[in-house]
Design a protein around this ligand. Sequence first.
Ligand code: ADP
Ligand code: MG
Length: 488
Amino acid sequence: MSDYRIKGETGEWEVVIGLEVHAQITTNAKLFSGAATAFGAEPNTQVSLVDAAMPGMLPVPNRECIRQAVRTGMAIEAQINKWSRFDRKNYFYADLPQGYQISQLYHPLVGEGSLHVEADEKAGIAHGKMIGIERIHVEQDAGKLMHDQHPTMSFVDLNRSGVALMEIVSKPDMRSPAEAGAYLRKLRAILRYVGSCDGNMEEGSMRADVNVSVRKVGDPFGTRTETKNVNSVRFVMQTIEYEAKRQVELIESGGTVVQETRLFNPDSGTTRTMRSKEDAHDYRYFPDPDLLPLELDDAFLDECRASLPELPDAKRARYEAAGISAYNADVLTAEVENARWFDALLETGAEPKAAANWVTSELFGALNRLGKSIEESPVSPAEAAELLGLVADGTISGSIAKQVFEIMLETGDAPAKIVEEKGLKQTSDTGAIEKVIGEVLAANADKVEQYKGGKEALFGFFVGQTMKAMQGKANPQVVNELLKKALG
Ligand code: ADP
Ligand code: MG
């Protein structure tokens, strides 16, 4: 358990956090219509008669949306409900032409599950920390109001109206901003591995409602506030920090926290009241009479399960079992594209540990410099395997490999060809190496004296000078042996 505490005047307070994440399901069509869902389209160009709520239009569930929500549920090892139902959540707003949102209150598609967050000692996140998930239900998104197009008028864009969302509701299991951040990062990774949501928070494909309350350790839960639609991990963490402090100060100065909906302001890092919190009964939920209950058969569920990829936890465990450090395994599994590229490299038979070190330092460093994603990498997994093979079989040294890699990036040539043309092969020729060692020691007679007088740290200096004189092409092991001999 995290020991994140807010120090108040009356003692230490614990923060309790639950997140409701809205994740846009990656599909070409909306939840109940065939209209497209591409991001950034001209306003009102992706609107069917269903999405505009024309009278008499009937919703038809999109099988792929249901499939993706079920696969997501399976990825968090949740209970999948073979029988679920859609309800109408009634409210009036200009971006909601139906006058209700089709959602699932009473019988959601996915029941209880859980998610394992990465340990982080510095942030106080223990190994094996699990966050419970209450449910995942499927619902429609609303349209968008545009207030900045005209001085006296507002406009409505219905492109998002009817887009399929998963609402992923966590249990109030998080106890610090860091835990909430780790939960969101892990959830995003799982969604992206599964392929059910692109996890793009800037484009609004994933956003969180942040529920926060405070209590003295051991007390029952306090009253929560819910800050709506927070759209980055950092903003979620800021919301929690601000809200927790605000609530502690409020309670300690004699006030009470009211259950309300709040808004986050990214410019100031603060939250403010939006409206008092509605309860479920305010929405007059009732089963949508236009839709039959969803009934899933075993064949559908089997296909969903069979189509799941290897997930981050399993992948990390496989990497660590292959000798890759926990740190590198973490880095390599965090983004699905990196993991895919690395798996392709492993499939060539590359030695896992050396491959992981090379990818996380050399490749990531180069991509960073070039401003490219791994999918745009100028070097393919097969070419990388060839380069690593040349190091593994002693043809070139590790430092020469760096040079070869630079040339690969510039020219696109194959590593073996570069080594051949530039004469970069490593030499184990003892005669040649002994000759250079003789020169190095003669040029540094004073240091040889010091070494013989007990300053053994100088050995590394002699190795470095010899390697330098041989332009990195000497076999380091042979250099070591011959130097030891020469220095007596
Ligand atoms: P609503 O739709 O009314 O917000 P939900 O049940 O959908 O209610 O979501 C409640 C969310 O608030 C969940 O994520 C839950 O974990 C969280 N939550 C519930 N009680 C508390 C509390 N006392 N402090 C912080 N979070 C809470
Ligand atoms: Mg809510």
